[in-house]
Design a protein around this ligand. Sequence first.
Ligand SMILES: O=C(O)c1cc(=O)[nH]c(=O)n1[C@@H]1O[C@H](COP(=O)(O)O)[C@@H](O)[C@H]1O
Length: 287
Amino acid sequence: MASFVERFTDLAGRRSPLCLGLDPSEELLGQWGLENDAEGLRRFCGTVLEAAGDLVAVVKPQMGFFERLGPKGLNELAVATAQIRSQGSLCLIDAKRGDVAGTMEGYAVAMLGAGSGFGGDAVTVSAYLGFGALQPMFSRAITLGAGVFVVVQSSNPDGRLLQDARHPDGRTVAEALADDITAFNASQGAGIGVLGAVVGATIDPAATAIIDRLPQALILAPGVGAQGANMAEVGTKFRSAQGRVLPSVSRAILRHGPSLVGLRDAIERYREAAWSACDAEPSLAVS
Ligand SMILES: O=C(O)c1cc(=O)[nH]c(=O)n1[C@@H]1O[C@H](COP(=O)(O)O)[C@@H](O)[C@H]1O
């Protein structure tokens, strides 16, 4: 099985590096005229994925928007995940899990791999309980050719106080986490490693040195659109990670539904913008 990095690089070249966020919030369901229940979730996700077709490299369902409806919502996540994979896209489950090592084993089994509960190709994690505690997720990702994205610098201002706090050696928490990711990836070999980083597209242009500490990592950059960042900025701020950035857009695309044409137009626009901002020329036409 090709690694997540290999599969992403291939798809980004053919489909663009855009990551489409699948966030079926109560608010969006309401705007679409759907009921806030499992059937509403299914119709919402089905419509978004029909519009995405084979245009998108990565789809990122945000787990909280499914979990909020309990087991029925989680069942819809599994349905969406299967559809994402059947469309040849990579499924990045945005779960932001983080716990002691023994418990991480449970999350790893639930999230990663075709035979798992949710069948993700990759997952987001939080290192608040320690980078080392995430090891079971890393090990499972290596075994399965999956990916793990560790939150380093989040897109929301609320994260600053915690992420900018300093270790005794002077590095911020975010910098130290970036260094941990780099050391782990380097220990696995040269090239882009199994560990990616989440760095918000909204980060201050003066704070982009964090990107230089992640030379062997894919970088998930949420915050484009509704949170105020735009694709051109992503291209500038993340220039040193060219070809390794997944700019992520949720509401700015999803608000164009339920019209399939509206959704598809928005996906096409962000896809082209992501291509020109984050990557070289499109290498192949989309089939
Ligand atoms: O891991 C994420 O995707 C994430 C990290 C972060 O720092 N900020 C952030 O907004 N996200 C997620 O990215 C999505 C952003 O949605 P929009 O602001 O609507 O594009 C949401 O699903 C968030 O949970």
